[in-house]
Design a protein around this ligand. Structure first.
Ligand SMILES: [Zn+2]
Length: 169
């Protein structure tokens, strides 16, 4: 896995080199990032596809850890993606989701709720000429989504900069 922490520090942590210490001090790498990186690096032995992905950062949100990776990386991890999420989440005692970095709210949501599928997206124009994207999900899938829906909408906004509304059909 490609990370901003050097390979020596990944092995020796909490002993870190001057370079990496600077990154930690400046907030470029958080404590959470280091914890998550170490768990994922450990899984590389069993899931070699992890070696090809780029770790961007980890975010903690209401009992969920979101691992942001580069574009195309979740495809690289498939078909082991769900297994990796389950094992890494178990290791960190939380629900973990691997999400590709994107400005597209639909893509963020897709990664968060996988394997649940998005049925479609409607754009609703509001009187003030702004718009809202309504993302439709089958009501049969509601119980398979691991997170409160409002919270999910907030995470999507945080990561993509765009608001969506989730609706169950
Ligand atoms: Zn280092």
């Amino acid at each position: 896995m490609k990370t901003t922490l050097c390979s020596i520090c990944l092995t020796n942590y909490p002993l870190v080199c001057v370079n990496c210490q600077e990154k930690i001090d400046s907030g470029e790498i958080s404590e959470l990032d280091v914890r998550v990186i170490r768990v994922l690096i450990n899984l590389e032995k069993n899931f070699s596809s992890l070696k090809d992905i780029t770790f961007v950062r980890a975010i903690q949100a209401n009992g969920l850890i979101i691992v942001l990776v580069s574009r195309g990386d979740s495809r690289r991890l498939r078909p082991a993606l769900r297994k990796i999420q389950r094992l890494a989440g178990g290791e960190l005692d939380t629900t973990l989701r691997i999400v590709e970095e994107s400005r597209n709210p639909q893509h963020i949501l897709r990664d968060l709720i996988r394997p649940v599928r998005i049925l479609g997206v409607n754009t609703i124009w509001l009187p003030d000429n702004s718009f809202e994207r309504k993302v439709r999900i089958s009501s049969r899938d509601q119980s398979r989504i691991p997170l409160d829906i409002r919270r999910l909408e907030e995470i999507v906004y945080e990561l993509s900069g765009e608001r969506i509304r989730i609706a169950f059909d």
